[in-house]
Design a protein around this ligand. Structure first.
Ligand code: FES
Length: 350
């Protein structure tokens, strides 16, 4: 989109009902359509969404996935994390540079392909990995480069099908079943059990289990839940699936192998905390999981597993209220503590 197309932006904003909480989705779709976010596009998004221009500007500059200058129709983002480097990323990078005749940070003269590094794709277990447009490719070798580039050229930069790279699809990666992942689980069983207890009893049960957070501090989950339950105001359950610590891909494995378990855990927590809504904060590198997660949610809603009477007991006047788990997409985040930064991002509708 050489010139900002106000009608297209308005249509994109309408498709999200101009909901400021979906600002990230709108910005992402405009970026996808235009290839970058110009000052005029930012202006137009703000107008269409009824938010301040600074809010859009803020988001556009915060996330490295958003180009502020015209980039190629397709951007190849090769992970240069230390693990990918050990797995042969430098040879792959050299092969891309040689085949395309450009260096990383540059775009081919025909405007079709840009080369960029990214710090983490969440695919350390199957590197070297890259994002080709929105498609994750793994286990790359220097000899794969011509086929990838030619596929992009054939599709004029609009790559969206992993079948184009059959040997480079994301692998499951789980080697061994454990107490959580791949253990037998009947959908709805935990929720049914929880609903036969009071929210306080559920929290007590979590306390007894000695479950702890996995973010480094190992904070006792039950204690956190009881603080949240007692806190004033509207409560939300936020699942932070924005992992990016070096060598980490546990969230990806859980969302791939046991999405029902994840959503059921969120629903039980929502009941215990008297939460109004649940949000899954999905990092952009995992956006290929989105359709599958939406499918699982739709099935759970159909089976009444996301809508439990008593969900909103804190505010409830005996009214069954539905829980929702809209998937929010987070672009790559770097810097501060994960939980803090995700909340910050979600609060800004990002
Ligand atoms: S992919 Fe290697 S650090 Fe995330």
């Amino acid at each position: 989109m050489a010139k900002v197309d106000a009608a297209v932006i308005s249509k994109i904003a309408d498709s999200y009902h101009k909901d400021p909480h979906r600002l990230m989705d709108v910005v992402r779709d405009v970026h996808r359509d235009a290839g970058y976010l110009s000052e005029e596009a930012i202006e137009e998004i703000a107008r269409a969404m009824g938010v301040h221009r600074v809010q859009v500007q803020d988001m556009a500059s915060f996330y490295s996935f958003f180009d502020r200058k015209p980039a190629g129709a397709c951007t190849i983002r090769l992970s240069n994390c230390v693990v990918d480097q050990m797995e042969g990323m430098k040879e792959v990078a050299a092969a891309f540079e040689k085949y395309l005749g450009i260096a990383f940070g540059q775009t081919t003269p025909d405007g079709l392909i840009s080369l960029k590094y990214t710090s983490c794709t969440g695919m350390c277990d199957q590197g070297p990995a890259a994002l080709v447009g929105d498609t994750v490719v793994t286990g790359l070798k220097a000899e794969d480069v011509p086929a990838i580039v030619e596929a992009i050229r054939k599709d004029k930069g609009r790559i969206g099908k992993s079948e184009l790279f059959p040997n480079a699809e994301v692998q499951g990666g789980i080697q061994q079943a454990g107490a959580v992942v791949l253990a037998p689980f009947e959908n709805g069983s935990a929720l049914r059990k929880a609903l036969n207890m009071s929210p306080e009893q559920v929290i007590e049960e979590i306390n007894k289990s000695k479950l702890r957070g996995r973010g480094g501090a190992g904070f006792p989950t039950g204690m956190k839940w009881s603080f949240c339950r007692k806190a004033a105001g509207t409560h939300y359950i936020i699942c932070n699936a924005d992992e990016g610590e070096p060598g980490t891909f546990k969230d990806r494995a859980i969302m791939t192998e046991t999405p029902d378990l994840l959503f059921e855990g969120m629903t039980v927590a929502g009941y215990a905390l008297g939460a109004k809504e649940g949000l899954l904060y999905l990092r952009a590198e995992y956006s290929y999981l989105w359709p599958r997660l939406e499918q699982v949610l739709a099935r759970r809603r159909r089976h009444g597993l996301c809508q439990s009477p008593g969900w909103d007991t804190q505010n409830g006047a005996g009214q069954p209220r539905g829980s929702r788990h809209p998937c929010h997409s987070g672009e790559r985040l770097v810097g501060a503590g994960r939980t803090g930064i995700s909340l910050f991002s979600l609060q800004r509708g990002q």
